[in-house]
Write a protein that binds this ligand. Structure first.
Ligand SMILES: Nc1ncnc2c1ncn2[C@@H]1O[C@H](COP(=O)(O)OP(=O)(O)OP(=O)(O)O)[C@@H](O)[C@H]1O
Ligand SMILES: O=C(O)C1=C[C@@H](O)[C@@H](O)[C@H](O)C1
Ligand SMILES: [Mg+2]
Length: 186
């Protein structure tokens, strides 16, 4: 379904990108700066199942997790004025890509492998798809996933930015683009 009713300033913004790139951290800050509601899809899934993601994968399996991920993204992406951070695997589902591209502004937070791999030690515990895998395996996953993120409205290379700096930059860039797209007075 395409949400024709919302102007560009009202559309929700969806942050996509690889696990640990900073979608949750930057998304939350961006929501504060733009006075918008923040929705973290991973956190919403955890609330629904009342358990952390590794346990959801263990008890119900990845397919059940992916179905709930789709259901929740469908719900929040059609509402106005949300900043939505999705999980790193959400854009593997074509239906999710379509829903987000048609209803929202899709913002790809990109990072190089060189920068990302320095963060790995803080990421493995809560992310079942990283746990127990070799660095080589994780690099393959990182590279494989890039294709799914190529569908976006805007890309931000985050390597050299602290989260706060990235959110400041993105808030300014979004406000500028809204001004450019604002209807001109007659
Ligand atoms: N710009 C940044 N520079 C350095 N560290 C960062 C930056 N952004 C986030 N981090 C750190 O990286 C870790 C992962 O960030 P975050 O949870 O926001 O990633 P994510 O993209 O939401 O991951 P996931 O796809 O698993 O939900 C956190 O510990 C966070 O503090
Ligand atoms: O990249 C992925 O497939 C995932 C990323 C996380 O955000 C969680 O959604 C989950 O751990 C799966
Ligand atoms: Mg996250």
């Amino acid at each position: 379904m395409r949400n024709f009713g919302l102007s560009i300033r009202e559309k929700s913004i969806v942050c996509i990108g690889f696990m640990g790139v900073g979608k949750t951290t930057v998304g939350k800050l961006l929501a504060q700066k733009l006075y918008r509601n923040f929705v973290d899809i991973d956190a919403e899934i955890e609330k629904e199942f009342a358990m952390p993601i590794p346990q959801i994968f263990e008890h119900y399996g990845e397919q059940v997790f992916r179905a709930k991920e789709k259901e929740l993204i469908e719900k929040y992406s059609q509402q106005p004025l949300n900043i939505i951070s999705v999980g790193g695997g959400a854009f593997l589902q074509k239906e999710i890509q379509d829903i987000c591209m048609n209803n929202c502004i899709v913002l790809f937070l990109d990072i190089s492998w060189e920068s990302w791999k320095d963060r790995i030690h803080i990421l493995t515990d809560n992310r079942p798809l990283l746990k127990g895998r070799s660095l080589e395996d994780i690099k393959s996953l990182f590279l494989e996933r890039q294709n799914s993120y190529s569908l976006n409205h805007s890309k931000f290379q985050i390597d050299n930015f602290k989260a706060e700096e990235a959110a400041d930059y993105l808030a300014d860039a979004l406000k500028l683009s809204w001004e450019i797209h604002a209807p001109q007075p007659k």
